[in-house]
Design a protein around this ligand. Structure first.
Ligand code: HEC
Ligand code: HEC
Length: 593
């Protein structure tokens, strides 16, 4: 009998026994993971990543991510761990893992900019600051946001960083010590009631969690392996039937709107397609034709590439007519829409933001060449882009809302109607739909009284020196006009965007470092707002630094735009940092091959 041994130690024994039982139960319980049942993956990876009796494979079963990260990891397995696989085998494994251990559409959407290579604002804005400062030091935060793992696997991810890149320790567990106070910044308190500022040596809380502990807590809680979104998506995941013709409408900064069609053809493999593209830039009167291919991962995530039939002649404008571009798009739930970005350039800084709609036999209106019309306008030509538009189009078939009259149909083809319009006086400011018959483009055309102000976009940007060793990173700026909106006041919520306007562009010194004359060295901006950075340097013409080494062409400047509207010069400016090339880059172009 237990209680006959010793009354005093009974509680201790019970606790011990309970603890042992708990540990045993934990060991026996199936680890929540995602079984891997793919022959080639097990063959190539199973030597080190063992499969247990439940089909759980070490590491692989406990994470979900994008094709790009699967590709990157496998490259490392080949580089460091001697995995041998042909490109076709890697492709098959990446496809399997992206489908079996991928992300649900909602999960990808939160950081789609990581895969479409648009470079949005400040990366720290997307996560709590502890995650930003700890994990955004060496790579984008998008890579972190596009992970779903178990807590244990996040811990292993952290250990892998410290093991392979010991520098990570400075972010994960920065050194802290009470003794050497010179390493600890002093704390300067706000002036007290008597106006005295006190300076005290900072107290470091030696018991506070390290940044990595906070980050792992955050990731385990907010980005767990199993989520309702993934469970729901996986249960009904199917390869979308994309074959057919798609209407394309898009926008490229600096080049304006884009309209066209993408024809998608099925191949022998259910999730692989070939493509034929034709797009037209109304503002430039330029047509591009391309052929390409695409792969659909996880039932909705398109990665493709599109190439020119013959290599285009070298152009002074890197933003136009590239030999090849890559594509990242997401297919909508109903399988009839796609949206994403087609991108190119040394840093993928050029791109077309696109929306695709499946074309049937019904007419479709995509948009207009103009962004806005002033009230009043006596006579102006407007092109309306679409598909399956009626041949015998009459003015009465076209609806641009009250006060905007179509006076004449100049020309009508199935994809573009050219019409003459008149706009009456004193129309309310706002954005209108454009309809032909029962087909409508929503919020396609603005009506305004006058341009109230312009704004340069992006309001802050970064370019990189290059040309000799590394590629240049360009920046395309645009001046966007706005009307004040119904309240007549500038910079309020009801302001109406009127589209890009041709501005005069200039660089101006930003006084950050005395006499550094950045504006003479960083590069130049052309009439279309394209900033071209200078060469990498070092530049002997540049003022010596205090250590007497000539420095290179980096710097920060203002980019000024001036646009004259009705005799008034409207101005806006944007902050531009011109920095050195990025010498280490992560890119997985293989996922669209
Ligand atoms: C020779 C042994 C070996 C083989 C074979 C191997 N791996 Fe690994 N794998 C490792 C080691 C060691 C680590 C931990 C260090 C690291 O992450 O690089 C690891 C880690 C991983 C991780 C976790 C990485 C992360 O993001 O945290 C994944 C995923 C992975 N391997 C996938 C694969 C795949 C897929 C294959 C087969 C194509 C494969 N491995 C084959 C040794 C191997
Ligand atoms: C010291 C630099 C550094 C810091 C800090 C850092 N990373 Fe990384 N991380 C890397 C490098 C380098 C790789 C790419 C490894 C390779 O070449 O395959 C990587 C890869 C990754 C990957 C992809 C996994 C894979 O298998 O390649 C993830 C996810 C990731 N890091 C998450 C994080 C998180 C979360 C943090 C913050 C806790 C973080 N990183 C902080 C350098 C860093």
């Amino acid at each position: 009998m237990w209680n006959s041994i010793s009354g005093r130690s009974l509680p201790a024994i019970i606790i011990l026994a309970a603890a042992a039982e708990g540990a045993l139960a934990q060991r026996m319980a199936p680890v929540p993971g995602i079984p891997i049942d793919h022959k080639l993956t097990i063959e190539k990876c199973g030597g080190c990543h063992k499969t247990d009796q439940n089909g759980m494979m070490g590491r692989l079963s406990f994470m979900r991510t994008t094709p790009e990260i699967w590709q990157q990891t496998i490259k490392r397995m080949m580089r460091l761990n001697g995995v041998v696989a042909t490109p076709a085998e890697v492709r098959e494994i990446v496809q399997y893992l992206s489908n079996n251990n991928g992300l649900a559409p909602e999960e990808l959407e939160t950081a789609f900019w990581e895969v479409d290579h648009s470079l949005p604002g400040h990366q720290y804005d997307h996560v709590p600051s502890a995650v930003g400062t700890t994990c955004n030091y060496c790579h984008t935060i998008g890579r972190v946001l596009l992970q779903r793992r178990t807590r244990d696997d996040y811990e292993k991810l952290a250990s892998f960083h410290v093991g392979l890149f010991p520098g990570a320790e400075n972010q994960f567990r920065p050194r802290r010590t009470q003794q050497s106070s010179w390493e600890v910044p002093a704390r300067i308190d706000d002036p007290g009631p008597n106006g005295v500022v006190s300076i005290a040596p900072a107290r470091i809380d030696m018991k506070a969690p390290y940044p990595i502990d906070t980050v792992i807590d955050y990731l385990a809680k907010n980005q767990p392996l199993i989520t309702p979104e993934w469970t729901a998506w996986k249960a009904t995941m199917a390869t979308p039937k994309l074959a057919g013709t798609w209407a394309v409408s898009g926008y490229q900064a600096g080049k304006g709107k884009v309209f066209g069609t993408l024809t998608i053809q099925a191949t022998g493999a259910a999730d692989e397609f070939t493509t034929k593209l034709q797009v037209y830039y109304p503002a430039k009167d330029v047509t591009l034709t391309r052929t390409g291919k695409g792969i659909v991962y996880t039932g909705y995530s398109w990665r493709g590439r599109e190439s020119a039939e013959s290599k285009p002649a070298a152009s002074a404008d890197p933003g136009s007519n590239p030999t090849e571009w890559r594509e990242a798009m997401v297919v909508s739930r109903d399988g009839n829409g796609m949206h994403g970005r087609w991108f190119w350039g040394g840093y993928d800084e050029f791109g077309i933001d696109v929306t695709l709609n499946r074309l049937g036999s019904q007419p479709m209106v995509l948009g207009t060449d103009l962004y806005s019309l002033q009230s009043p306008t006596t006579s102006r030509e407007l092109r309306i882009f679409g598909a399956n538009l009626p041949g015998n189009l009459k003015p009465k078939d076209i609806d641009l809302g009250p006060g905007v009259t179509v006076t004449r149909v100049v020309k009508a083809t199935p994809s573009v109607a050219t019409v003459q319009i008149a706009v009456t006086n004193s129309l309310p400011v706002g954005i209108r739909n454009v309809s032909i018959g029962s087909a409508t483009a929503v919020k396609a055309l603005a009506i305004y009284d006058k341009v109230a102000y312009i704004e340069v976009t992006p309001d802050a940007s970064m370019a990189r020196l290059g040309g000799a060793v590394a590629a240049k990173q360009y920046t395309q700026l645009e001046a966007i006009a706005y009307a004040a909106g119904p309240d007549g006041k500038k910079n309020t919520d009801d302001d109406v965007r009127l589209g890009p306007v041709p501005a005069n562009w200039a660089l101006e010194e930003l006084y950050s470092t005395p006499d550094d004359d950045d504006v003479k060295f960083v590069g130049s901006v052309n009439d279309s707002g394209l900033f071209t950075p200078a060469g990498e340097g070092p530049n002997p013409a540049r003022k010596k630094q205090s250590n007497n080494y000539p420095t290179n062409n980096w710097g920060d400047v203002w980019v000024d735009a001036t646009y004259s509207a009705g005799g008034v010069a409207l101005k806006s400016r944007s902050y531009l940092v011109v920095t050195i090339p990025q010498y280490i880059r992560y890119d997985q172009p293989e996922v669209s091959k």
